[in-house]
Design a protein around this ligand. Structure first.
Ligand SMILES: [Zn+2]
Ligand SMILES: [Zn+2]
Length: 136
């Protein structure tokens, strides 16, 4: 198992075609504010202070398929699970163990991630297809 970096770290997933951000996961250690905290308005800092368990990690998810706003408390075991899921070389089989909605944009057959623009759909009820016309 890889060691978790100190204080905080960010895991990025970019589209294989256009390099647009598909998923951004920001982790902050127990007792450490997320890096973006300094830029938050007072009301958001207050909501965060009420929600934050200072003995737990904090995770902010910013993704095409899912986002959790200011973030949520996270147990260290979960941090390790994400860390392992996003270890290089990144594969669909590995990334899907993170359990993120949309599997961080990964196509099971291409084994790379695509942004929402490159996961095409013919309409709201139609399944999305990757640029190689694989389904999700
Ligand atoms: Zn793209
Ligand atoms: Zn594909």
């Amino acid at each position: 198992m890889n060691r978790i970096p100190a204080l905080w770290f960010v895991l990025h997933v970019a589209c294989a075609l256009c390099k647009a951000q598909v998923t951004r996961l920001e982790f902050a250690q127990p007792g450490v504010h997320p890096a973006s905290w300094y830029a938050w308005p007072a009301r958001e800092r207050s909501a965060y202070a009420d929600a934050r368990d200072t003995t737990a990690w904090w995770l902010i998810v910013d993704a095409d398929d899912s986002a959790n706003g200011l973030g949520e408390n996270l147990a260290e075991g979960e941090v390790l699970r994400y860390w392992a899921a996003f270890t290089y070389p990144r594969t669909y089989a590995r990334v899907r163990t993170a359990g993120l909605k949309g599997d961080a944009g990964f196509c099971p057959e291409c084994d790379v991630a695509y942004c929402a623009r490159h996961w095409r759909t013919d309409g709201p009820e139609r399944p999305a297809k990757c640029p190689c016309v694989h389904g999700r």
